[in-house]
Design a protein around this ligand. Structure first.
Ligand code: TA6
Length: 277
C-alpha cells in the first residue's frame, strides 16, 4: 500500500520492495521473508538529506562535486512514480523518473530524464537506470547504486570476486593497489573502488540472517565500491548509529572510475541484478 512518500510493491507474503520517492531510494527489499538492506536507525526521512541506507542513487557525480552536493542531486530530489505492473511471469515492477528542473540546471546545465525500473522476482531484484540526454549537447557523468546491505556481524561478511582487481584506496589517499585475497573481509574503515569487475563475479556472504549471500549481476557498471565507515567515522555521522558499522556493508555497483558520455538525444542504460542465495 503506497503512502505519499513510499511506493510498496508486494509479490507475495515473503517478497516485497519499498521505494521512497526522495531519491527513488529503495529502503526495503524483503526476499524469502528476510530484509536484505540496511537502513540506519538514525536515518532522516525529511525529504532533504539523503537517506542513510537502502540503495541511494548517485548521479551525475560520484564523490565530492564542485557544482553541487556530494554524490550529485539524484538521491536528494523527489522522483515521480510512473508505473506499476505485475507480469504473468511471476514478476512485478515499478518505474520512477526524474527530469531536470531549474534547481538542477543551476548546478548542471543539461536537460535529462532518468528512468529507474525496479523489477522484483521471487529471488532477485533487477534495477535498471536509464539516463536520457534530452539536450542538444552531450554530457559526461558518473553514476552508482549505493547499496547498503544488512548483516548480523561484519566479522562474518566475505566479498568474493575481487581477487586480482586493481582498486583505488580512498583511505590511503587514492593509492592504487591490487587485491590479492580470494575473499575480502572487513576489519577496519574500507573505502575502495574496485575497477573492471566481472559482470557476474561479485558475491557477498554473511548477509540477511547471516546465512545468506547476494550475488551482483552487472551491466555497464564496471566498478564496485566497498565501504564501511568503521568506528570513528560511524561516530562522526549524526544519521548513523555509533555501533551500526558492525551490522552493515556497502557493496556498490557503479561507473565511477571513468566518466560516461551520453550523446545529445541519446540514452545510456545501467543494470544491476541482486540475487539472494
Ligand atoms: O560509498 C563510498 C562513499 O563515497 C564514502 O566515501 C562515503 O562518503 C560514503 O560514500 C557515504 O557518503 P555520504 O555522502 O552518503 O555520507
Amino acid at each position: 500500500m503506497d503512502t505519499k512518500d513510499v511506493a510498496v510493491l508486494k509479490l507475495n507474503d515473503t517478497t516485497e520492495v519499498s521505494v521512497h520517492l526522495h531519491g527513488a531510494t529503495i529502503i526495503s527489499w524483503k526476499c524469502k521473508a528476510q530484509e536484505v538492506l540496511f537502513v540506519s536507525k538514525n536515518a532522516l526521512f525529511d525529504n532533504k538529506k539523503a537517506i542513510r541506507g537502502g540503495i541511494p542513487l548517485v548521479f551525475p557525480c560520484f564523490g565530492p562535486w564542485e557544482k553541487g552536493p556530494q554524490h550529485g542531486f539524484a538521491r536528494i530530489k523527489r522522483w515521480r512514480k510512473e508505473s506499476e505492473s505485475k507480469q504473468n511471469n511471476g514478476r512485478a515492477s515499478m518505474s520512477f523518473s526524474l527530469e531536470d528542473d531549474e534547481e538542477t540546471r543551476k548546478m548542471w546545465d543539461y536537460r535529462f530524464k532518468l528512468v529507474y525500473n525496479v523489477d522484483l522476482g521471487e529471488n532477485d531484484l533487477k534495477l535498471t537506470l536509464t539516463v536520457n540526454n534530452n539536450d542538444f549537447k552531450a554530457f559526461d557523468f558518473t553514476t552508482l547504486m549505493h547499496t547498503y546491505f544488512r548483516c548480523p556481524d561484519i566479522a562474518d561478511v566475505g566479498i568474493h570476486g575481487l581477487e586480482g582487481l586493481q582498486y583505488n584506496d580512498k583511505v590511503e589517499g587514492g593509492k592504487i593497489s591490487k587485491e590479492e585475497r580470494k575473499v575480502v573481509s572487513i576489519d577496519k574503515n574500507y573505502d575502495r573502488v574496485y575497477m573492471k569487475c566481472g559482470a557476474d563475479k561479485v558475491e557477498v556472504e554473511g548477509l540477511g540472517d547471516g546465512k545468506k549471500s547476494v550475488s551482483l549481476v552487472l551491466s555497464n557498471l564496471p566498478d564496485v565500491v566497498v565501504w564501511n565507515p568503521w568506528e570513528d567515522k560511524a561516530k562522526a555521522m549524526s544519521d548513523f548509529g555509533d555501533e551500526e558499522y558492525k551490522t552493515m556493508i556497502c557493496v556498490e555497483a557503479g561507473s565511477v572510475s571513468q566518466s560516461v558520455t551520453a550523446p545529445a538525444g541519446g540514452s545510456v542504460l545501467f543494470t544491476q541484478t541482486l540475487k539472494l542465495c
